[in-house]
Design a binder for this molecule. Structure first.
Ligand code: SF4
Ligand code: SF4
Length: 328
């Protein structure tokens, strides 16, 4: 064990992007992230030795007190004792496809939806099989899915089946539109190994349609309830719905209350809140403060969540607002 400043992704993580591999998927901090592991990747022939050699270079720099400029300001950097045996993976992030059965007004795919829905992507099962066969995956980490919509991936059920079968994987998180029900997700919830984050963004069908641009409000909440019922005992931490605050679209107390009520009616006790990324990036660029009504609404959400006994998970932009305004 050596004590130095590093992060768990740099030490033991890989993020699979559309045509390449990165160290992590973090990019909203000052340094902007994007530490490349492999420039071009098509799902075949990963050279694990080369990957670990490259990671070792970053680790050695960190040990010598040199933090890569792209990591500057990242909240994952911690000073602590890191293990000396670096050659294993514990964190995998899948972000390698862009197809989706939803059309959110805040999604990066909105600029070229037709092409994003057709864009080819590689398979990850061969890589996963090899990773487990070579015993390169170790417990203690997490496998996460972003995308794109994971449940419409052809190999999604196989991937989840493979991850659930391997004891080395103790935590899986799937971000999904919630429109397509997945047996694999339901199984993972029952086994207390998989956490699903369902993208709600509204408490009424009118606002849902405005934000998601698909007419799937009823289906979404039917699926949310089915997943919630798969939770075992009193442990309700495996199913959560997410609300991204989009200024002037869904940012009023009535919409939030309706969303809270739907969660309660479905037996969901864990909620995620964030703020639209483009809005926050524009503020940062123009050096402006967040609108005061949004600060008030955020405070309202935090207090009401406490009253209603929700576990509130604060994603990056909301966490930043809440901490910078001492709301927590
Ligand atoms: S410090 Fe942040 S940007 Fe750098 S590798 Fe870790 S997670 Fe990525
Ligand atoms: S569900 Fe996710 S991937 Fe799909 S359109 Fe919305 S933000 Fe984009």
């Amino acid at each position: 064990m050596h004590e130095y400043t590093s992060c768990h992704w740099l030490q033991h993580g890989l993020s699979f992007e559309n045509d390449h591999i990165e160290m992590c998927c973090l990019c909203c901090h000052k340094g902007g992230g994007r530490l490349n592991i492999a420039d071009k990747y098509n799902g075949k022939g990963l050279k694990w030795d080369d990957i670990f050699k490259l990671k070792q270079k970053f680790i050695d720099d960190n040990r010598n007190g040199i933090t890569d400029a792209r990591c500057e300001g990242c909240f994952n950097l911690v000073n602590k004792g890191w293990d000396d045996e670096e050659k294993y993976i514990s964190y995998l992030h899948f972000n390698h496809w862009t197809h989706c059965n939803c059309d959110c007004i805040y999604c990066y795919t909105k600029y070229d939806k037709i092409n994003y829905n057709k864009k080819p992507h590689y398979k990850v099962m061969p890589m996963l099989k090899e990773l487990f066969k070579k015993k390169l995956f170790r417990p203690g980490g997490e496998v996460t899915f972003a995308g794109g919509e994971p449940t419409i991936l052809n190999e999604f059920e196989d991937i989840i089946g493979c991850l659930l079968k391997h004891e080395e994987v103790n935590r899986i998180t799937v971000h999904t539109s919630g429109i397509k029900f997945s047996k694999g997700i339901e199984k993972g919830i029952k086994e207390k190994k998989l956490n699903v984050c369902l993208s709600a963004d509204a408490g009424s069908s009118e606002v849902y349609k405005q934000v998601k641009r698909v007419d799937k409000f009823v289906k979404f909440w039917e699926n949310a309830e089915k997943y919630a019922k798969a939770q075992q005992d009193d442990d309700k931490s495996f199913v959560e719905t997410k609300f991204i605050l989009i200024p002037e679209v869904n940012t009023n107390k009535e919409e939030i209350e309706k969303w809270f009520n739907l969660n309660l009616a479905c037996g969901i006790k864990s909620i995620v809140v964030d703020i639209e990324n483009e809005y926050c990036m524009a503020l940062r660029k123009e050096n402006k403060e967040v609108a005061p009504y949004l600060v008030d609404l955020s405070e309202y959400i935090i207090n009401r969540a406490k009253e209603l006994d929700f576990n509130l998970v604060d994603y990056n932009n909301f966490r930043y607002l809440a901490t910078s305004h001492n709301l927590m």
